[in-house]
Design a protein around this ligand. Sequence first.
Ligand SMILES: [Zn+2]
Length: 401
Amino acid sequence: MNEKLPYWTDPHTTSFKVFIKEVKKLKNQYQVHLRENVIRPAGGGQAGDKGVLTVGTLQVSIHDTVIDSGKVVLLTDCSIPEEREGQLDIDIEWRTSMMKNHTSEHIFVSTLKEKYPELKIGDLWIDGEHVNIELLNVNVSSEDLIVAERDVQRIINLDIPVQSQIVGVDKIDPSIRAREGLTAKHEKLRIVKVGDLDSSACSGIHVENTGQIWFFKVVDVKYTNGSTRIRFVTGSRAISLTKELYNTVLHRKHTYPFEMEQIGAVLDRAKAAIEDRFQMIEKISQLITTSGYVDKIGDVVFRHEYLQGFESINLKNLANQFSTSETSVLLLFAPGRKSQIIFRSFHTPNDANYYISSAVEKQGGKGGGSSDNFTGGFTNVENPEELYEILVSSVREALTQ
Ligand SMILES: [Zn+2]
């Protein structure tokens, strides 16, 4: 393990004079191998450096850096001459963002380990945008996640130094967290310490003190097969995402008045309302299938329902949920000054239009649709019940013909 790699000793130096030893075309990209070992390749779940390589007046952008057959290679979209001196400029924004993300990952995992000692890291991806981490064997509750987020932020605010040192494998304390199987591959290891909080064997790049991270925010959590998958962001990216969300809510506050502190309760209520609505749709869907108003005209079953208090979107959901192997038609009517209808045909000899469109037009309504689905609407309806009866008898009539 080389102790003097520039991205470890001084990650903020990002301009280097380099010599381009070899350029190889591989599918639709180029692999550029430099004589100097100065750019950091992807590894241990952390993305590689990006940047720009300049030879004379030619500039090519480096979209990733990887290890290929034991060699560090830069991946570029364009070719660049071999055996030439050049200038390498590493994308410092991408790198520092990755340093913040990666160091946060150390802190976040060690914080969670106190509560969940059985926790193991599964898939891990860290780049200049975010961190995706899979925590095996644990279902981290949302309460614990909020506590962990707060603890990470507290450690960031304390501006704790992050230090690394290279030690022999035989000198390693068992409390040190091994990452990416380093112990198996190397005789010497780089140990990264965040104050007294966390010690990990790690080959990644880190900030010099936790204060440089600025801000930490969990943005997604998923539970699968007994594991927890979490996404988080840090630094200016976390700040702008949080701002954006807060401002969206602030803007809505004028449309739907509430205090910002009440947002949780408001969302809960909205969620309950949506659940209620789905339950109602479910219930009515069952009703229509099992009972409801059913006529049999010739070979065709005619179901029709007068649905007080339904909005057109729910009418649509309801109609879409209904399916049958019978030759049948379904008419759903939502009454009001503006009345809405949905008419669906199943396995009938004619299109839905055939049974309903002329009656809708005759009553001053508008509508249209595909072969088995007709949607219509009426405005300024004086007597919705009467309109419904007229439509029902028109459909009956069309079915007898
Ligand atoms: Zn690390």
